[in-house]
Design a protein around this ligand. Sequence first.
Ligand SMILES: [Zn+2]
Length: 316
Amino acid sequence: MPLPCLLVDHPRYQEHDTGGQHPENPSRVEAIRQRLSSGPLKDRLLAHEPAPASRAQCLAVHDESYLFRLEESCLMGLTAIDHPDNQIGYDSFEVALLAAGGGIAAIDLLERGETGVAFSLNRPPGHHAESDRALGFCLLNNVAIAARHWQSAYGRRRILILDWDAHHGNGIQNIFLNDPEVFYISLHEHPTFSFPGTGFAEENGQGPAQGLTLNIPLPPGAGDREALEALECLVSPALAAFKPQALLVAAGFDGHAADDMSGLLYSTGLYGRLGMMTKRWGQACDGRVVSILEGGYQLESLSASVEAYLLGLSDD
Ligand SMILES: [Zn+2]
């Protein structure tokens, strides 16, 4: 039997106002919702609304001074924080809390015994957000907040984070750089050619976490074959050595050939393969897999790729 899809989504994700001309805009989640609710997954969708992440859940990752600054910036009517890329509106702080709440809600569903593929359809994305600043359209680090929640609420201490957004997740890497309980693997376009300019293979963790960051940079023009080869030969040994208790996926879809945010040339079919591989890897941690939306800006390829990924994760 194919698994149901536990789709964590909130109508307020539309209310993070990035000004109208920005690639990270409300039509992204709307396109995905439309695609999922009219395609082969439509009878398998179980929708759940998340609660906002609590102050304490955010403080497990972010500095309190940054949380105040972000909230104030929104309420004061500023239109960006830390860089013009990071557009905000009056509601953006509350929506960012709901986005961080998406991964938390997905974890809670699995831990309370719900069966299915858990996917958080949140915006804004999170993997570039640092503990003390916004970056790359990201305000709060949704995946990092989810990892800390999994550890503190359920005692799943050993977390593997797999990030195949086209860009390196500098925020996730830095937050867990010295943490021996979180293994971060990122597949991305080479930082010489791509934002944010981090994610070289030499960056591999620090101190007690030496070796627990694995960066896999791909040259511009790399496609499905290069991505699959790299993941097949690197992720399985990492899983076997690290023995994670839970798997978080920073699921970005901007490596698609139709998405001009990167020079990678992935096909929609690659995301189906990633779903199948992720399902297999998740068996090493009793199926505790939560995927959290990151990038993906070309609406057709984004929505088709999310659907392909979820089908790969949920099908037999
Ligand atoms: Zn990206």
